[in-house]
Write a protein that binds this ligand. Structure first.
Ligand code: HEM
Length: 420
């Protein structure tokens, strides 16, 4: 007999549809109504434990207690992640693969990324001067597709830019979709994996020579824990695990545009062009706006935490959005306030828009520094380097669609470069 307590429990056969209906707020709503950072429910036809808050997030990222193999639903692997990717690995195999990812995140590679971000913003900025108005989400997806391919060492012809941008977008836009949109996502993944897979063969045959240190180069020569090269299909999945999420930064760039527009009280500090404030501003964009609602894992072995029993194999969800808005961790969490990051304690478990814990040992997002650097450069253009008007449009955003975006996708009119 164990002395464990009964977890607050949501009654009912299955709540998958409620989760789709309530979107980003599903976990936070129940944590609030149960007044508990842990509760039990049923999702995808099985028992699930839901966690939120700093202590629970520390637990969730304990590799001795949770594993990822068999956690992510197949439909996400068929669209968003790809099969056999780093997200589904555990232990030694995960550490080996994660080292491969982190090998391209060096200070000099990040400097290169920053200079490419400037280059493509300058190019886009000049193009936009020729147009009456532009749509920031659509334009930044193209900008990021070029940037991502160049940084990753993947050759991209101008003529295929639109097609590849659309295919990469389908991977993250179709991830939570049902029906035809989901199937379009699967089709796009197949085409993209074939495209990159062929390049991996060319690199290995020395017909293609991407820059040393680029994702295509490093991943094509990477060796697994048995000393073997990865299958070319797996390399393609992992190179896409770099390119796809860089294109997805377009969601954050669009929200950055919205924040610059809707919170003009930050204008004078942004105009000073100080890196420290830019950093705080993009951190607040990542905390405040919805993007990834949750992370998933499975209990690795039976254990008791805070008197609650966890049984091996149980599906477990961590509330990312709700933890970033947790009133026990953030003062006035529903207020957009970059200055809250002044003197922030940098806990890896309370601010978790891209997962928490350690980069190398755990599943925290490999691209968090990439995201922050690209957003900071983009913020400079949106707040300092470009003049533009914001015509009337629907700037509201849904708390249910994943990923969420302002409904108009942020239209900017009469864009002009500011004399510097
Ligand atoms: C666009 C904004 C982004 C968001 C909101 C985001 C969010 C996330 C989240 C929530 C996770 C899962 C954490 C977990 O399972 O515990 C993750 C993992 C990951 N992300 Fe990102 N990410 C973003 C950008 C990027 C970028 C730019 C890259 C690559 C350049 C990237 C590469 C990865 C990889 C490889 C993983 C898997 C890590 C692992 O399983 O060890 N992400 N991301």
């Amino acid at each position: 007999m164990t002395n464990s307590s009964q977890m607050p429990k949501e009654e009912g056969l299955d709540h998958s549809l409620t989760l789709l209906r309530e979107g980003y707020m599903y976990l936070a709503n129940r944590r609030k109504s149960f007044a508990s950072n842990i509760f039990e429910t049923r999702l995808l036809g099985q028992k699930a434990i839901c966690l939120g808050g700093e202590e629970a997030s520390k637990l969730f990222y304990d590799n001795d207690k949770f594993m990822r193999n068999g956690a992510a639903p197949k439909r996400l692997q068929k669209t968003l992640f790809g099969e056999g990717g780093v997200q589904t690995l555990d232990e030694e195999e995960h550490r080996n693969r994660k080292t491969m990812f982190m090998s391209i995140m060096t200070p000099s590679h990040l400097e290169h990324l920053k200079s490419l971000t400037h280059k493509y913003w300058d190019l886009k900025g000049s193009e936009w001067e020729q147009k009456e108005q532009i749509n920031l989400y659509d334009e930044s997806r193209e900008l990021l597709c070029q940037l991502a391919c160049e940084w990753a060492g993947v050759p991209l012809n101008e003529s295929e830019l639109k097609k590849r941008t659309e295919q990469l977008t389908k991977l993250f836009e179709s991830a939570s979709a049902l029906g035809p949109e989901h199937w379009m996502g699967r089709h796009a993944r197949k085409e993209l994996e074939d495209w990159v897979g062929e390049m991996v063969e060319q690199v290995r045959n020395k017909e293609l020579s991407p820059r040393e240190g680029s994702a295509l180069y490093n991943f094509s020569i990477h060796r697994d824990i048995d000393g073997k090269l990865l299958d070319k299909e797996i390399v393609a999945v992992e190179v896409l695990n770099i390119i796809r999420p860089i294109v997805a930064i377009s969601v954050y760039i669009t929200f950055t545009g919205l924040a610059v527009h809707q919170y003009p009280e930050n204008k004078s500090r942004l105009l000073k062009n100080e890196e420290q404030f830019q950093q705080m501003f993009v951190q607040e964009v990542r905390r405040f706006y919805p993007f990834f609602p949750m992370a998933v894992a499975r209990v690795k072995k039976d254990f008791i935490w805070n008197n609650f029993q966890f049984e091996k194999g149980t599906l477990t969800l961590l509330d990312l959005y709700g933890t970033n808005h947790d009133p026990n961790l953030w003062d006035n969490p529903e207020v957009f306030n970059p200055e809250r990051f002044e003197g922030w304690d940098e806990s890896p478990f309370s601010f978790i828009p891209q997962g928490g814990g350690d980069f190398n040992m755990g599943h925290r997002c490999a691209g968090e520094w990439v995201t922050i650097e690209v957003m900071k450069v983009s913020l400079q253009y949106l707040s300092n380097k470009l003049d533009y008007e914001i015509p009337n449009q629907d700037l509201s955003y849904s708390m249910v669609s994943i990923p969420s975006l302002p409904h108009s996708k942020f239209i900017m009119a009469n864009v002009r470069s500011k004399p510097q």
